[in-house]
Design a protein around this ligand. Structure first.
Ligand code: CAA
Length: 392
């Protein structure tokens, strides 16, 4: 199959949680000067899942509008990327497959490499589509980011899911070759199987991320990628939105380019609009950045190269380019995405803390879940160690 057929993201939809905690409430509780959150890390609020929401309900809510708009006849693969997995064996994607009523003639698999997983899923999807251009692949990135209460990471929590339909002649974004790749064995952020909250060495994680920016761009250049000055905008993985600014300054420095603050802001600001109020959505974060860029920039980006830097601690990074397809602006889901963010109910600090401390009993009993979400899908119960989901 010729490699010059256009393949990429045909449609993109995201979902986030029922609840939101403003950073002002966190700061009032822990005595932090609010400027540290609003300016220092660039976060204003974080999405908080209801007791009956998880990566499956978020993933299904993100994907349902894609199925409603395009049907599912061509989908023969679902790839579910997450680093907040709910089961060590069964793919969360199978629950989503079932909630969406997809055909049984379908392969479903879960992918993991920290926040990088969705980009691996996207690239694998492109490979499958290249093999059979008649098929589409449903890529879902869904995560709940959880750190220990009262830890420095707490302010960077968040949760969201992005669903992307990948196919030929994409209406939204064409993905180009080559990719720049980078892997390094570092312990900057990880979550052992026995822990619900991630462990992180904050400063080490920032240094590892910057190293990966440099490494993946170096490889991108060596693979014959575009020169830096051709890019109209940059979508970075955003564990907190100030990280995109740090990363871009680092890349400009590495390339010997001017690191003028206005130039940095022009390159990344639009991509941070959603992440700054949703928080870290791990695998979904860089694609939430894409949605924000396309939906909030005043510019027409048709055919203009957008750089992507996907980073997953541990670590793996990929630098690649996508170009918005002609007519992409009429395909955006701007109103639905704003609604997903604006409809969240604000929690006070005590209610957030109670939800954070909640965990399922592990004795195999029958435990209905409090009905809290008003979203389209909910986790209804844990019954004999099985998660029971329902469409509302
Ligand atoms: N007004 C304005 N700015 C202020 C301020 C104030 N009153 N007080 C502090 N600041 C600034 C600081 O100067 C600092 O800015 P710079 O980084 O530009 O110097 C910023 O606020 C943060 O301050 P600290 O570094 O002192 O904050 P901290 O020790 O609480 O840790 C953190 C910050 C390391 C990001 C922490 O929140 C953390 O560990 N987060 C989780 C890990 C993470 O997100 N790592 C990112 C890379 S890893 C990755 O990308 C994968 C992933 O998704 C996790």
């Amino acid at each position: 199959m010729s490699s010059d057929i256009a393949i990429g993201i045909h449609d993109l939809s995201f979902a986030t949680t029922e609840f939101v905690l403003p950073h002002a409430a966190l700061a009032a509780y822990n005595g932090t000067e609010i400027g540290k959150y609003h300016l220092g890390i660039g976060q204003r609020s974080m999405s908080v899942p209801a007791a009956d929401e998880d990566i499956v309900t978020l993933g299904a809510a993100a994907a349902a509008p894609l199925i409603a708009a395009h049907g599912s006849d061509r989908i023969r693969t679902v790839v579910f990327a997450t680093e907040s997995s709910i089961d060590q064996a069964k793919s969360a994607g199978i629950y989503v497959h079932s909630l969406l009523g997809l055909a049984s003639a379908c392969r479903v698999v879960e992918l993991k490499q920290a926040c990088y997983g969705a980009t691996a899923a996207l690239q694998f999807a492109i490979g499958l589509v290249r093999r059979d251009p008649a098929q589409q692949v449903l890529v879902i990135a869904s995560d709940v980011s959880k750190y220990d209460l009262d830890s420095p990471g707490e302010a960077t929590q968040g949760a969201a899911a992005v669903a992307m339909l990948v196919g030929v002649d994409p209406a939204l974004l064409r993905i180009e070759e080559p990719s720049g790749l980078f892997t390094a064995d570092v312990m900057d952020f990880w979550r052992p199987n026995y822990r619900e909250a991630a462990l992180v060495d904050g400063q080490e994680s920032i240094a590892a991320y910057l190293q990966a920016v440099e490494g993946s761009f170096k490889d991108y250049t060596e693979q014959g990628g575009r020169p830096l000055e051709e890019f109209a905008a940059f979508c970075y993985h955003q564990p907190f939105t100030k990280m995109a600014y740090k990363a871009h300054r680092h890349l400009l420095n590495y390339c010997g380019a001017d690191t003028d603050a206005d130039a940095v802001e022009r390159a990344v600001k639009a991509s941070t609009a959603y992440n700054s109020v949703v928080g870290n959505s791990y695998t979904a974060s860089v694609y939430l950045g894409l949605a924000a860029l396309l939906e909030t920039t005043g510019e027409d980006l048709t055919g203009r190269p957008i750089a992507f830097l996907s980073y997953g601690s541990g670590s793996v990074a990929e630098f690649f380019c996508g170009t918005p397809a002609p007519g992409y602006r009429s395909r955006l889901r701007t109103a639905a995405h704003r609604e997903a963010i604006d409809r969240r109910t604000e929690l006070d600090y005590a209610a957030y803390r109670a939800l954070h401390q909640r965990s399922f009993p592990t004795d195999g009993g029958d435990y209905p879940t409090p009905a809290q979400t008003t979203g389209p899908f909910r986790l209804a119960a844990l019954n004999g160690h099985k998660r029971i989901y329902e469409a509302r």
